[in-house]
Design a binder for this molecule. Structure first.
Ligand SMILES: [Zn+2]
Ligand SMILES: [Zn+2]
Length: 172
């Protein structure tokens, strides 16, 4: 989706504009993501002083690999976003406005492509260690069985031999 930052700063409002974007990069960049639907966005934008404020909601469906049991599972993702754009003035220093903790993007062109900013909002919200469910029991480190499915009975809570030696010391 493209927007004209200059027009928005000048007073043009965008309200609830739907957009769709291809987020297949997210599959390429994240080993834990097997597939991703196209994302839908609803975008609002308005001028705020010398900034264009762009906010909205993104939604997509991801298929992730559980980081414990390696099973694939569906993960609907919804993200609210807010991005701020300012037109770069030639020769002006980029002012670091420190009392404002919003991330303001200084852009040179009036018309910008929002998609990279929207994709970034999805990318940062993809879980780094996805879990098929909160209490996933994972794979057995001894025999590899999926412990959500079967109880293999392996002894996995062995004491590290070094701690064992320490324990002997304390027992003396
Ligand atoms: Zn799992
Ligand atoms: Zn086992």
């Amino acid at each position: 989706m493209r927007i004209n930052v200059n027009e928005i700063i000048g007073g043009r409002r965008i309200s609830q504009v739907p957009a769709e974007l291809d987020i297949s990069d997210i599959v390429r960049d994240n080993p834990g993501v097997i597939s991703a639907s196209r994302a839908t966005a609803t975008v609002d934008a308005w001028g705020e002083g010398e900034y264009a404020a762009v906010t909205g909601k993104l939604a997509c469906n991801l298929e992730l690999v559980c980081s414990r049991c390696l099973a694939a599972f569906d993960y609907p993702l919804e993200v609210r976003f807010a991005e701020f754009f300012q037109l770069g003035r030639p020769g002006a220093e980029e002012d670091a406005d420190d009392d404002d903790d919003r991330m303001i993007h200084v852009v040179d062109e009036d018309v910008i492509d929002l998609d990279p900013y929207l994709k970034e909002n999805i990318a940062v919200n993809v879980p780094a260690f996805p879990l098929c469910r909160e209490d996933c029991r994972g794979l057995c480190p001894v025999c590899g069985a999926d412990r959500n499915v079967q109880d293999c009975g392996c002894q996995t809570e062995r004491i590290d031999p070094r701690w064992g030696a320490l324990k002997d010391l304390f027992d003396q």
